[in-house]
Design a binder for this molecule. Sequence first.
Ligand code: INS
Ligand code: FE2
Ligand code: FE2
Length: 334
Amino acid sequence: MTIIINQPQIEEAKGVSSDSKELLLDGGFVMPDTNAFGHTFRDYDVESARQKSVEEFYRMNHVHQTYDFVKRMREDYGKLDRVAMTVWECIELLNEFVDESDPDLDEPQIEHLLQTAEAIRKDYPDEDWLHLTGLIHDLGKVLLHHKFGQLPQWAVVGDTFPVGCAFDECNVHHKHFKGNSDYLNAKYNTKLGVYSEGCGLENVLMSWGHDDYMYLVAKENKTTLPSAGLFIIRYHSFYPLHKHGAYQYLMNEQDKENMKWLHVFNKYDLYSKSKVRIDVEKVKPYYLSLIEKVCISIQLLKSTSCEFVNDPKCSIDVSVLPRKAEMVRPSSFT
Ligand SMILES: O[C@H]1[C@H](O)[C@@H](O)[C@H](O)[C@@H](O)[C@H]1O
Ligand SMILES: [Fe+2]
Ligand SMILES: [Fe+2]
C-alpha cells in the first residue's frame, strides 16, 4: 500500500535536559487485575476458553520460525512493492481479524489499536507521537489479509524472539522449540549463536511478524516518527526482553535508552485490552489529523502467494518505570 501524507519536521529523540522537556512518566493509568475473561493477563497456562488454541498457535510458531525462514521473509516482504493503501484503510482491514496468540483479547484488532492509543492519549495528552505509535503499532497484522499475502497467524502475531541463537526459557511455551530445526543446530543453539555481545538489536534477526514488518514499512518510507516510536513498533512483542530481561546481552546503549519508552508503552498495549468498545467515528477525526502530521508514506507488500499458508521465575519488575529525569522526551508533532 502507499500512504502519502505531508512531511512535517519531526525531530529524532535526542538528549534534552531542560525541565520543560522532561516527563512525568507514570500518567496514572490503573492496571486492571484481571482480563476480560477474569484471569490475570498473559497467563498462558490457566484453563480458559482460549488456552488450547493459544498453545497450538505457539507450537506452530516455535516450530516454523527458523533462521532461514525469517531471513527469507524479511528479504521478500522488505521489498514493499505490491499494494497501495492508506493508513486508515489498513486499520479498517483489521476489523475482521482476531489475534489467535492473545489470551487476553478476542475483539477485532481495530478495537485494540484504538484502545491502546486512547489510553495513552488520556495519560499523555501532549505526546502525540506516542498516540500515533499506539494507533499503528499492530498495523503490520494486515499480513493476515489476502491483499498482503494472507500469512498464517504463526507468521504474523505472538511474542517475538531472536533467531540464530539459543531460545531463552522465558519464551511462552518454550518446550515447543524442540520441534524447530534450529534447536539442535550448533550454529544457532548457543547463548550468542551468530551474534556478539552488545551488537545492538538492529543487528539481530527477530522472528518474523507484524512488528518487524511495520517497522520496515515505516522506515523505508522515511517516517518522521521519533526513533523511540520506531523502536516500540519494532520490539513491542519482544516480551522475553522487555518483560523478563532475557537477551539483554544483545542490546547496545541506544537500545537501553529506547527500552524506557517501550516499558511505558507496554503498560497501555497490554492493560487497555477490554470489552469496552471505542466509538470509532468519534475518535477518527483526531487520528486522521495525526496521520496527516507524521510522514508515513507507506508501501506494504502484497505477496502473490505464500507457501506457508497451510515464566514467572525470571520475571523482572516493570511496574517501576524510569523516573522523569532518566527519560529523553522526543519532540511531538506540533
Ligand atoms: O498475543 C500478542 C499479540 O500478538 C500482540 O500483538 C503482540 O504484540 C504480543 O506480543 C502478543 O503477546
Ligand atoms: Fe503487537
Ligand atoms: Fe498491541
